[in-house]
Design a protein around this ligand. Structure first.
Ligand SMILES: C[S@@+](CC[C@H](N)C(=O)[O-])C[C@H]1O[C@@H](n2cnc3c(N)ncnc32)[C@H](O)[C@@H]1O
Length: 286
């Protein structure tokens, strides 16, 4: 186990629990992950057949985009949250219809798969949750075939029209505990990749704009994402008052400027270097 104390939003159990609570409403108010996942799959197209692993697959935004692009083959999705994985069938019936998709409850840092099992890997907007990206990269190398590819999308900066959110929250929770997204090692990703047997083979900057139809939709969206951890820190007895304050402020912002934001994302492509995994499990390239 990595991260903070058990149950904190930085521990594996804490992250899994948070997404279990989010699962019912995840990405439903204004789809955010779904279009970015489709962008990633279109940018780094999967092999026509073969076996693909979607790391931190959530409710299947990325695997639903990948499956129709593959003539044959299988996509396996792993995630820490049982309820996110369970939502795949309901939320993405097209993916399940393919019958070439398998959800597996697992940690990205300890993959329950044999060596050299996969041709390609994806990780959509989840890398920042990994407390040890190096562990994940080593596991991807171990379970990847020679020449396997890895496509990651990373959250970048965002610009939004709700500067009031932090101010209102601070009236209810004077000292907010940090959200999920563990503190990662400082080393640049390309250096970390090289150490784990991955060569950075491309990057691309993307951005998308999102607009909310009003304050209610905006607030529902906030609850349906990891921002929810901040609201959950407010005492139950004060939560209704918090919601009312936020709705009031959001209505004003909607009238004045609209409720919208621009999210920047970086796409990263890497290729596995080196041959097969040695019998002793060690990495050929190190
Ligand atoms: C923001 S969601 C993104 C889900 C999906 N990739 C998408 O684009 O919609 C992040 C997901 O990562 C999962 N996750 C976080 N840390 C993980 C880990 N160490 N191993 C497996 N899944 C993890 C969470 O449970 C959650 O479902």
């Amino acid at each position: 186990m990595t991260g903070g104390g058990v149950g904190s939003t930085r521990s594996l159990r804490g992250i899994g629990g948070l997404f279990d609570r989010i699962a019912d409403s995840y990405d439903s108010a204004v789809p955010f992950f779904t279009p970015f996942a489709a962008d990633l799959a279109a940018w780094a197209t999967p092999p026509r057949d073969g076996t693909v692993l979607d790391l931190c697959c959530g409710d299947g935004a990325c695997l639903a985009a990948l499956l129709p692009m593959m003539a044959d083959g299988t996509v396996i999705g792993i995630d820490l949250s049982y309820r996110m994985l369970s939502a795949i069938g309901g939320r993405r019936p097209a993916a399940e219809k393919h019958r070439r998709m398998a959800p597996v409850l697992a940690d990205a840092g300890e993959l329950p798969f044999q060596d050299s099992a996969f041709d390609a890997f994806y990780c959509a907007l989840s890398w920042h949750f990994l407390s040890s990206p190096s562990d994940a990269l080593n596991e991807l190398w171990r379970t990847g075939r020679p020449g396997a590819t890895l496509a990651i999308s990373m959250l970048g900066p965002s610009r939004h029209t709700w500067p009031f959110l932090g101010r209102v929250l601070s009236r209810y929770v004077p000292r907010l505990a940090p959200g999920p997204g563990a503190a990662q090692e400082e080393k640049p990703l390309d250096a970390r990749m090289r150490e784990s047997g991955w060569l950075l083979t491309g990057t691309e900057e993307r951005s998308r704009q999102f607009e909310f139809s009003g304050a209610t939709e905006w607030l529902a969206w906030q609850w349906s994402h990891t921002g929810r951890v901040y609201f959950e820190q407010v005492e139950d007895s004060r939560r209704e008052a918090l919601q009312e304050s936020l709705l009031r402020e959001a209505e004003q912002a909607h009238r004045r400027t609209g409720l919208r934001f621009t999210q920047h994302v970086t796409f990263i492509h890497a290729t596995r270097i080196g041959g097969d995994v040695r019998k002793d499990g060690s990495n050929h390239v190190r």
